[in-house]
Design a protein around this ligand. Structure first.
Ligand code: K1U
Ligand code: ZN
Length: 169
């Protein structure tokens, strides 16, 4: 199993739209294992393949307290969302150190395949619903800071670029 490098905002590759997964073979299993190890190691509750520069529709999530309940969503499709919305605090492993409030649907229903290609329908609420919407945005090439004001986004971009320059010195 390998730790994968995570793309950092404002890397333009984060805006790539992911393609459907078609092959459920050994390469996909290895990628899922590597993404789970990377997510746990970075102390995240989710990770989209886009963030590790693989532009395929694959998400891993674990919102459990014990970090022992991984969820793998392949080719996820949101089939229903509640009218009720709520603000909650989000962070992103691709935008380290930045947290802000984002408005999301309170509940969602998602159809997705599992790691072996079996079709599943799931309903999510609370943190899981927020995390699914955040990760599905990644697959569309959208980063959560795009929900924030232009001014906040500009400040975040400047801060990230400065940190990246300093890390390379
Ligand atoms: O996609 C990612 O970069 C992972 C991201 C997922 C996420 C966190 C919070 C709300 C929505 C989606 C993270 O895991 S950031 C780190 C984290 O564990 C966290 C940050 C803020 C609130 C709760 C958890
Ligand atoms: Zn993210």
């Amino acid at each position: 199993m390998a730790l994968l490098p995570i793309l950092c905002y404002p890397d333009p590759k984060l805006h790539t739209k992911a393609k459907p997964v078609e092959d459920f073979g050994a390469r996909l299993r290895t990628l899922i294992d590597d993404m789970l190890v990377t997510m746990y190691s970075a102390k995240g509750i989710g990770l989209a393949a886009t963030q590790v520069n693989v532009h395929e529709q694959l998400i891993v999530i674990d919102v459990s307290d014990r970090r022992n309940n991984p969820l793998v969503l392949v080719n996820p499709r949101q089939v229903w969302s509640s009218d009720e919305t709520q603000f909650s605090e989000e962070g992103c492993l691709s935008v380290p150190g930045i947290y802000d409030q984002v408005l999301r649907h309170a509940c969602v229903k998602v159809e997705a395949q599992d790691s072996q290609g079996r079709q599943r329908l799931m309903e999510a609420e609370s943190l899981l619903a927020v995390c699914i919407q955040h990760e599905m945005d990644h697959l569309l090439g959208k980063v959560f800071v795009e929900y924030l004001s232009m001014l906040k986004r500009k400040r975040i971009k400047t801060k990230m670029l400065k940190a990246q320059r300093e890390n390379h010195e």
